[in-house]
Design a protein around this ligand. Sequence first.
Ligand code: MG
Ligand code: MG
Length: 255
Amino acid sequence: MIHYRTDKEIELLRQAALLVGKTLGEVGKHIRPGIRTIELDKIAEEFIRDHGAIPAFKGYEGFPGSLCISVNDAVVHGIPGNYELRDGDIVSVDCGTILNGYVGDSAYTFTVGEVSEEIQLFLQRSKESLYKGIEQAVSGNRIGDIGYAVQSYVEQFGYGVVRELVGHGVGRKLHEDPQVPNYGKRGTGIKLSEGMVIAIEPMITLGKRNIVQEKDGWTIKTKDGMPAAHFEHDVAIRNGKAEILSSFEWIEGNQ
Ligand code: MG
Ligand code: MG
């Protein structure tokens, strides 16, 4: 069932989404070679709770962390642990908050120390694909227009789009209808209309798009071991526009 949100609800969703942006900014300040991913998780959990919110991922279907932290060939759903970040790593951090009963959900792939030009370009283009998708999130378009925009943008560079995991509606729950694939055909799928709020989250691979799940039951990795990127915004379809509720400004101010 798709929910159509009132202006008041969209403001509440924005507050939750902005807190995610601030949390990712805080986490970003601490990303450097030598820090363990569990330490980043602690920083995020404290920050979220200090702001009167609840980490949405903690305990979600049994997930142990407040963040999903996915390094290099890990695409999404990485469990924070004792791994120490190294110079040249890329690390995708996905964060969710519940504030006043509404959920924010946003993700960003950070670099650790110096990364190659190939990786920098890969991250830049992966992030760009998110905005290509967002541009299509307007009333009257269809869900397939979003996926088509993401897919056609990244595939021209030879990158892959993960198919098995998708974006989603976001509201009082972390995952609501509809599903928002990052691939698709123009003009297909459900119609987008005023008041829908969706998380658009391309998962892009530098190599082939195929994925495998680790034995931990959570971490999704690329099958070929090549790096993957993940960028996510919460977007409201409103007044004929795609209104981005989350923000990377606290992250990119730090970098
Ligand atoms: Mg997310
Ligand atoms: Mg999401």
